[in-house]
Design a protein around this ligand. Structure first.
Ligand SMILES: [Zn+2]
Length: 375
């Protein structure tokens, strides 16, 4: 059982990079001749005047004689010459960038706490902005979304291996989440066995993570995504899923689910690739009327707000305004079925299942989104 000490920091605001910890990680990469770190930084040896890649097979110099440089050129300018064995002067830019991203992924995957963007950028010798762009270009999602997806995956793997929910969440890196601590005591004794009880034959895969709106849960049947929910506390989201599908078997994700989860988090984090969101299969169960309303919601583009009566007109039932509002409220797919884009006729925000503040934040962000015009 993890030590339930009070959380001291939030996952999204961990300490900024400090040179000592960056250098410690770099020295570790050098001593392990970690080829994944190649391209992310270079080290120079005072005594020999040579600059090397982290994976250089040469015998290691003593730590006190080693200096780290973000780029090969910086070491060159400082008067060092390229090592003849590891040839740091013969790397292409694309190779270096690919390696830098791969190295950052490794660091994210193995870090006990999610490193800050500053730390990651500094580790691979790039500016925050450049690193963020490069990472997204290579991986399709932001470093933070990647970390969320990785942690969620880790949690599911742990659950599948029969450890308790509390332990699994702790191991998956949720220990820094204040919300988790607040409710963790209620979780004691809740085991994956409880998840597997029931058994009406329906299998539901799920994952939880953190996004800019707070905790997020994504769940899917074999046919498609059946829930995207938002909240302050990932544990609470799991409980609600369990309540909603009391008879179902909740299991870990497979490769296809990972893909869906990554797409959902990517859409919510950067909300640029709404084309990918449109491709995601949804498994939403409701009356024919509800389905019709939800379908119409999906057709509302980013940056557009409509009223309930407008929505009622769109589905050809202009008198059914109240029923349309109820169908919106019954939506269980946050953001991807964008019920947040429906507002009162006077433009004011009505309620939102996942908190009116989240609705407000979503609409604000969509209005300022670069893709909102041509989406
Ligand atoms: Zn070398």
């Amino acid at each position: 059982m993890p030590d339930l000490a009070p959380a001291t920091s939030d996952l999204t605001s961990l300490p900024l990079a400090d040179a000592a910890s960056v250098n410690a990680l770099r020295w570790q990469a050098v001593t392990q001749r970690d080829a994944k770190a190649d391209g992310s930084f270079y080290y120079a040896v005072r005594t020999t005047g040579v600059v090397c890649r982290p994976s250089c097979p040469s015998r290691h110099a003593r730590r006190e004689n080693v200096l780290f440089y973000d780029t090969y050129n910086a070491a060159l300018q400082a008067g060092y010459r390229p090592c003849k064995r590891c040839k740091p002067d013969q790397e292409g830019i694309a190779e270096r960038q690919g390696q830098a991203v791969a190295y950052a992924c490794q660091v994210i995957e193995h870090a006990a706490n999610l490193p800050s963007l500053e730390t990651l950028a500094e580790l691979v010798g790039m500016s925050r902005y450049h690193f963020h762009r490069l990472f997204k270009a290579h991986m399709g999602i932001t470093p933070k979304a990647y970390a969320s997806a990785h942690r969620a995956n880790k949690l599911r793997v742990q659950l599948a291996h029969g450890v308790t929910v509390t332990e699994a969440m702790y191991d998956a890196g949720f220990q820094s989440s204040g919300g988790f601590y607040a409710t963790s005591s209620q979780l004691l004794g809740m085991t994956p066995g409880a998840y597997r009880s029931g058994g009406s034959g329906l299998q539901i895969r799920f994952g939880v993570g953190q996004c800019w709106l707070g905790a997020i849960l994504v769940a899917a049947t074999e046919h498609g995504i059946c829930a995207i929910t938002l909240g302050d506390d990932p544990v609470q989201l799991v409980r609600e899923l369990q309540d909603r599908f009391a008879k179902a078997e909740l299991i870990g994700g497979d490769a296809r689910f990972e893909q869906w989860m990554a797409t959902v988090i990517g859409v919510i984090e950067v909300h640029e690739n709404s084309a990918a969101a449109q491709m995601l299969p949804l498994d939403v169960r409701g009356t024919a009327f509800q389905q019709q309303v939800w379908q119409a919601l999906r057709a509302i583009p980013i940056g557009v707000r409509i009223s309930y009566s407008e929505l009622a007109q769109r589905i050809g039932q202009p008198a059914a305004v109240r029923a349309v509002a109820s169908a919106c409220a019954a939506n269980t797919i946050a953001v991807l079925i964008p019920c947040h884009r429906v507002v009162r006729t006077d433009g004011s925000l009505s309620g939102y299942r996942w908190g009116v503040e989240r609705k407000k934040a979503l609409l604000q962000r969509e209005n300022t989104a670069p893709g909102s015009k041509d989406d």
